[in-house]
Design a protein around this ligand. Sequence first.
Ligand SMILES: *[C@@H]1O[C@H](CO)[C@@H](O)[C@H](O)[C@H]1NC(C)=O
Ligand SMILES: *[C@@H]1O[C@H](CO)[C@@H](O)[C@H](O)[C@H]1NC(C)=O
Length: 404
Amino acid sequence: MASPVLIFSASVLALFFLLSVHAEVGSSVFSMQSYGAHGDGLQDDTKALGDAWAAACSSEKPAVVLIPKGKKYLTKHITLSGPCKSSIMLMVKGTLLASSERSHWSKETTRHWILFSLVSGLTVTGGGTIDGNGKIWWQNSCKTNSKLPCTQAPTALTFHSCTNLKVENLKVVNSQQIQISVEDCTDVRMSRMSITAPETSPNTDGIHITRSKHVEVTGCTIKTGDDCLSIEDGTENLHVKNIVCGPGHGISIGSLGDHGSEAHVTNVTVDDVRLYGTTNGARIKTWQGGRGYAKNIVFKNMIMDNVWNPIIIDQDYCDSSTPCKQRKSAVEVSDVLFKNIRGTSASEEAIMLHCSSTVPCHGITLENVNLSVKGGSGDAKSTCQNAEWKKSGSVSPQPCSFTS
Ligand SMILES: *[C@@H]1O[C@H](CO)[C@@H](O)[C@H](O)[C@H]1NC(C)=O
Ligand SMILES: *[C@@H]1O[C@H](CO)[C@@H](O)[C@H](O)[C@H]1NC(C)=O
């Protein structure tokens, strides 16, 4: 017979194990299962998630909202808002599955599937899956079928006005439109994410960042139908490291300055990225007629494999149904470093520096760039307009109108 001491130690161990499985010793755990969720992927569990969140958010102790493993929780649009009384974690072990009934989405809710708003100290993690079930939206997109009217589809995960945010170790798949959007947030760390949607799915940007400061994105694999990362107006101090992209449209800063708007992007570092078969590699795109700047930008240690536009600055970006007119103003692009970039271009034009005639690019540096045409058919070329650039180390192909 085991001694009472042994039994006691064993149960302490078991308890400790249970708590640590739930990650947080000293946290309160609010499982969706305790709030009436079905977890069968068929019945609507939106209310259970909302109720578990509400309880966790008002907990005095750090709280965990648990999405249990091995189950699928069907949810419609939901806003998970703060401020919460303590730090809060959404522990996704199972799957959150979006409803594929378009009638479940009203005009007001079609912009977002899961929206986190005004939460400070939020962590979303757990190794589980966020499944946007986006097929129905892709089929009804005007980009798939030009006869259909262009309408909005939900962003799978939106973080709005969050501070001290961590999003890590998740699988985000088949979003209706943008997969993850970070808006008006400060102090954000995203890591170890796998973000996937088919190459043909329209507008499924991997991670979209706007009006946010001090953001880190590391260790992510992003395969999607649109931009791998889209870095938009108001991004300041963004550090991206160790990312694999493709298929998709690659890494883009912009488009900035649409409809004559003023844009500010500064202090962006994109480091250690591999791109496979993407449309673009390192891209900055701005519309004519905008104002503001994109400056202090570094793209370094990038490997391109069969990328259509490996290095591209396009200040004449136009994505409207009617041609864009010539305009006098432009978002100023300056202090951009492209360093240690090598690999293959799918097109002959491996480097394009197409800057505005009224506000030319300045402070552009190319350092150790070696791009060739995939398959070795002909030399890679480059084109440039209104770009003041210098080189460091060897640069191949060398852009036109060299100034140094
Ligand atoms: C830009 O980022 C670097 C590295 O994180 C930081 O040290 C520097 O202070 C930032 N610059 C500005 C103007 O915020
Ligand atoms: C550029 O890359 C090609 C193909 O990989 C290689 O043969 C060549 O030596 C490289 N040039 C430099 C200067 O590194």
